[in-house]
Design a protein around this ligand. Sequence first.
Ligand SMILES: Cc1cc2nc3c(=O)[nH]c(=O)nc-3n(C[C@H](O)[C@H](O)[C@H](O)COP(=O)(O)O)c2cc1C
Length: 409
Amino acid sequence: MEVKENVWERLGKPKYVLAPMVEQSELPWRMLSRKHGVQLCFAPMLHSQNFVQDRKYRKEFFTTCPEDRPLVVQFCGNDPKIILEAGKLVENSCDVIDLNLGCPQAIAKRGFYGSFLQDEWKLIFEIVKTLRDNLTVPVSCKIRIFEDLTKTISYAKMLEEAGCQMLTVHGRTRDQKGRLTGIADWNQIKAVKENVTIPVLANGNILIYQDIERCLKETLCEGVMSAEGHLHNPYIFDNQSPPVWEPALEYLDLSQQYPCPLSNTRGHLFKLCYHVFSLPENESIREILAKGQNRNDFRNAIMQLKEKYLPYHMGQLPWNNNQNDYNLTLPPWLCQPMIRVIQKSNLVELETNEELNKSKTDEKEGLKCEYKLCKKCCRSKCYLEIADCLGHRILIKTKKKLSRHKEGI
Ligand SMILES: Cc1cc2nc3c(=O)[nH]c(=O)nc-3n(C[C@H](O)[C@H](O)[C@H](O)COP(=O)(O)O)c2cc1C
């Protein structure tokens, strides 16, 4: 009988995993995460065709260092030969090569990759088999679920048969994105785990440390992957909720040591400071970060926050909860998750819409603010969360998508 190598064991049995995140799981963030409990990191998705053809793209979008291990490098694409060629270029710098079968964005639809391949099982089989037969490192896949549980299970089994050696299951369907993101289905993840023999990583619904342990227990998966929860609290796997300046300053030091685009750093700091920046009293500090030209400007903004809130944090000044203009569990200077409010009215409205991004039509219908905020606060929220508000005609997310599209990501 063939003894199957267990990739997860070879990786050191990582339970705590950092998700692949375009522009956000870059080298300095990975190094930060490794210092705080993460045992396996995924680099941001790379476009296989661009990676193979364009040296500049390779240099800009894939950086690593000897300490950046164990590491999974993820590619998207639809041509087995090209994905293999891309994989060959990094197989000596990583431990696993992952195929992105989960990206639900319009750009993935146009490029025919990510979750838009999930109905093309013959093609996926060929891609996975080609990688498995020709790479020196193992192959993994990251998928979304189908509405129908039996289909998800057959899909996972097909991937295993094709040669996939580790599977990440994001417990949401392709349509669960943007304002329809909703709750991930751990029952489906558990069912996949029960029906394959390869290691499975569970993804979705991880907001606080307790979710991690609960997810491992309920899904029986080998590991748990976090994306957004980790961006808001990079110490989540350490079961800590530090004041935002601690990870922010640590990350700023790391991004000096391991350079990355300034926009990535700005994005991270905005996410870390999301709650404290939601207080109108911090508008001017927020502006420093928004307009800053370099990391010294960013550091200045973070130091101002530290100076302002350290006395409250140390208990030298009493923090009056009413200073807080919305219901947070912890004081606003502490790292904590961003909870999405699911608005039923929006769901009903959007579920009947085939194309969720028909912003023009919706604008004409004059929707009110989706977040029930004044225009100024709504603009801040959309900017921080990279979101759109059709009611206020704020299209930060759409514009960002367009600029990514232009860059070919
Ligand atoms: C900023 C951002 C970038 C992402 N980029 C990728 C990516 O490059 N590849 C991928 O497979 N998923 C990507 N995702 C999806 C996450 O890996 C993850 O599957 C999803 O966010 C659900 O996990 P969560 O509930 O912990 O956020 C991204 C998510 C975010 C928030």
